[in-house]
Write a protein that binds this ligand. Sequence first.
Ligand code: SAM
Length: 291
Amino acid sequence: MEELKKEIATKSRTMEIMERFDLHTKKVFGQNFLTEPGIVRKIADECILNENSCAIEIGPGIGALTEQLAKRAGKVMAFEIDERLKEVLPYSLVDYDNVEVRFEDFLNVDVKSVVDDIQKEYSDVMVAANLPYYITTPLLFKIFESEADINRIVVMMQKEVADRFAATPNSKDYNALSIITQYLYDVRIVLKVSRNVFEPKPNVDSSVVEFKKKKDIIPVDNQQAFFNLVKACFDQRRKTMLNNYGKYLNDKEKAKSQLAKAGIEESRRAESLTLQDFIKLYEVYANERNS
Ligand code: SAM
């Protein structure tokens, strides 16, 4: 009788695969492989997949999460930067015929066209990953700004970065990233994960975060211009809105009058403003720019 294979995420199977291919993890690619099957299964469960779903995975590594996604979804399309894994993944994922791996830097992928293609066959497209920590924010913003029809994103990242995505006004973690993200998505920290379940062990703990596309996004005339305004208001965190916004407009008097019209006291700091405050300010800004 054929021996039942252990999940890739077990320590023993991970070691067996790495030794077989003489694979040593590369720091430049942010390679910290998950070696705790219970956590990997939990992440895959949070992805809420079925046969109509396609999970896009960023960075499959040796396939620990890919395997659990493949068990639950109609298809997994994985993007991996490390070409050494070209010989490893067909071996580790030999039992799954619904996985396609593309060896590409995800930062160079045309996300919208990939998603449009997938949707010809799968009605539900989502993104799952244990992200390489060195480029968590650029990778996520690549997706956020792609305008691709992605319903949800379930990803693991450094705990401190997760806290920023989920932060609320007046907390130390609240910044432009929190506002821009929460404009587009409902953000929820799903799970905290200890650094001890990775090979090699990173210097930080992690969190799994779910981003669920909002159904009621308040439209603005130019999303990028709105994001730029938000970023400018946080330019110098300790300074007042009058200071940062005045610098952005290059006109303090204009900033004073626009802040008053938006009902925002000029002495406030950006960190105390809600998403609604920023939208109000942007509307005043856009109105005057267009008039
Ligand atoms: N998914 C595996 C796991 O959970 O064990 C590996 C996760 S590891 C933290 C990050 C993975 O992303 C590595 O396999 C790494 O080679 C890959 N990676 C790093 N930068 C990438 C990029 N720009 N595009 C695609 N994959 C990338």
